[in-house]
Design a protein around this ligand. Structure first.
Ligand code: ATP
Ligand code: MG
Length: 567
């Protein structure tokens, strides 16, 4: 189902991707005097998602690699959907991903220049005001093989169009009453050339320019010109804009007064299994209360992944693995999960957290005695050091780590069997106590005092090691277990269900009776931990001293590695 990875990541050796090849060729040919300038152009109408991270990595990455600059440009040409809340969030997310922009620009900075250019086009016979309805215009478009029909207003005098355009902007007409169209070619095989709309009336206040303007440029009339005004050399975008490229070049050709022109390059957008990426749909999830907000840890937004415990390094490494191509496809979300495991394995402190506790009493351990056991912070990184974990007569272990009647291959707690308590003693299970319903309420075991690390019996072979916390010293915690937000592999393709019906009912499980070792008492929001044998966790921003909250970033089981081994 998932698309093939490009050669560079499979061989582990980095070859240039096709965008880098284009840039190197341009540099070798001395284009733009060796200058490299890119931009990341988000529309501030929502929060950034993992797809944007792919665009960010190439826009900023190209500038970094070739000694250029990448600017941040807010593509704020539609005041109805845009807001400063989004502007601020976008800046924060780009910085968190680890990138630095040169300048911050706004397409709205160019409203005057774009308006002046539009007037020029009218006067030169390249644009006209059309008073037809959107439906009439659509009906005249034709098809790729059937030429379109000219608007009855197409040949009106330039002075008349100019007068109407000025009055459109003065606020004399209602939204939809008329629009400005470029006059290009109603028979062009490229539908975007069939007199595209370049300005429409919008009366909504703009988040930066207020009510200064009553007409706003369309994407095709703003993007390329903005690139030109700023001096962008390589304008990198996603494949759906490939068909817009001739129009992009057309307007720049009319606009420019020198040899310089920005060059548009398109790559495949990121699609992920079990994930929806359209900002419109994400906004709907938030508005309908189907998630807890843009940074709900199940959201594919950058802030959602951050709250979930993903690191910027893991996201960048994932983007690096999938690469850039000219073909659309869908990437297995298991690869993203693999990337975060790989990164957290290197940086997460190992701790003990029992998410479904049952008491274990070590019946031959002295009452009141406490020993501080040494726990290794990260076996992958000796420099991470150690911390201590208190051991006492009464502990908590995972309920699933005990079975009264266990099958042969069960190497955990079962009567008569020995197990190692992680960083501590070997114990032999002696039985359990149950309530009237038959639910186990306590498990019993005896320890062997000679089995601590460094003692004569410490190397005795036992098949299982389980984690634990001290009943008295551990802290209670809430643990939020997250799973994929959607049950369908490709939720964007589902037509016959509402968003609500598509949501995975098990995408969030809240466990409120968990116990964690006291070392976690002051863990900082966003710190990364591995709850041994369970998964990677981070401290949620809802966490308080005395009321700890942990989010599961990802479980330990790697389904990506498994699929890779099968093939
Ligand atoms: P959406 O379709 O999710 O609303 P958009 O394309 O309208 O997103 P913009 O804010 O206009 O969002 O996007 C800014 C940049 O990010 C554009 O260059 C766009 O091509 C790129 N981008 C958006 N989505 C993806 C994606 N899934 N994969 C790669 N790049 C993307
Ligand atoms: Mg867009």
């Amino acid at each position: 189902m998932s698309e093939h990875l490009n050669n560079s990541s499979v061989e582990g050796k980095k070859s240039l991707n096709f965008i880098e090849q284009i840039v190197e060729t341009d540099l070798a040919e001395g284009k733009n005097d060796g200058r490299i300038q890119t931009r990341f152009p988000p529309e501030p109408n929502g929060y950034l998602h993992i797809g944007h991270a792919k665009a960010i990595c190439i826009d900023f990455g190209i500038a970094q690699r070739y000694g250029g600059v990448c600017n941040l440009r807010f593509d704020d040409t539609n005041p109805v959907k845009e807001d400063v809340e989004y502007v601020d969030a976008i800046r924060e997310d780009i910085e968190w991903l680890g990138f630095k922009w040169g300048n911050v620009y706004y397409a709205s900075d160019y409203f005057q220049k774009l308006y002046d250019f539009a007037e020029r086009l009218i006067l030169e016979g390249h644009a006209y005001v059309d008073e037809q309805t959107a439906e009439q215009i659509a009906a005249q478009k034709g098809t790729p093989t059937v030429p379109g029909v000219a608007s009855p207003y197409r040949d009106r005098p330039a002075e008349e169009s100019l007068d109407l355009f000025r009055r459109m902007n003065a606020g004399e007409f209602e939204e939809g009453a008329m629009i400005l169209r470029a006059k290009i070619d109603m028979a062009s095989s490229n539908m975007h050339f069939r007199d595209p709309i370049i300005y429409r009336i919008i009366k909504h206040a703009h988040h930066r320019t207020g009510h200064d303007w009553n007409v706003y440029p369309m994407y095709d009339f703003a993007h390329g010109q903005s690139d030109y005004f700023e001096g962008v050399t390589h304008s990198i975008c996603t494949l759906e804009f490939e068909v817009h490229r001739p129009l992009y070049n057309y307007f720049i050709e009319l606009l420019r007064k020198d040899n310089y022109a920005p060059r548009q390059i398109e790559f495949n957008r990121l699609n992920l299994t079990y994930t929806m990426m359209s900002k419109r749909k994400l906004l709907q999830l938030v508005k309908d209360g189907l998630v807890a907000g843009w940074d709900d840890p199940r959201m594919p937004t950058i802030c959602g992944y951050r709250r979930r415990g993903y690191t910027p390094e893991s996201i960048r490494s994932f983007i690096d693995k999938i690469g850039y191509t000219k073909y659309d496809g869908i990437i297995d979300v298991a690869l993203l999960e693999h990337a975060v495991r790989e990164d957290l394995n290197k940086r997460a402190t190992r701790v003990s957290g029992v998410i479904d506790p049952v008491k274990l009493v070590i019946t031959n351990y002295p009452e009141g005695k406490v020993e501080q056991m040494t726990a290794v912070n990260n076996p992958e990184d000796e420099s991470a050091g150690t911390h201590t974990i208190p051991f006492a007569r009464e502990l908590y272990i995972e309920r699933e780590d005990f079975m009264e009647d266990a099958p042969k291959k069960y190497f955990r707690m079962t009567p008569g069997q020995e197990v190692r308590l992680k960083s501590s003693y070997i114990v032999r299970c002696t039985g359990c106590k149950k309530d009237e319903q038959g639910v186990v309420t306590e498990v019993y075991a005896e320890y062997d005092p000679m089995t601590l690390s460094g003692m004569p019996e410490s190397n005795r072979k036992v098949k299982g090691t389980i984690h634990w916390v001290s009943a008295e010293h551990s802290l209670s915690a809430e643990v939020r277990l997250y799973d994929r937000l959607f049950t369908d592999e490709n939720p964007s393709d589902v037509k016959d269900k509402t968003l609500e019906e598509m949501i995975n009912p098990d995408s969030l499980k809240v466990l409120t009776h968990c116990r964690v070792e006291p070392f976690l008492a002051d863990a900082a929001v966003g710190a990364h931990f591995q709850f041994q044998r369970i998964g990677y966790f981070t401290v949620d921003r809802d966490s308080r001293s005395g009321a700890l909250v942990f989010n599961r970033t990802v479980s330990l089981k790697d389904s990506w590695q498994k699929t890779q081994q099968k093939t």
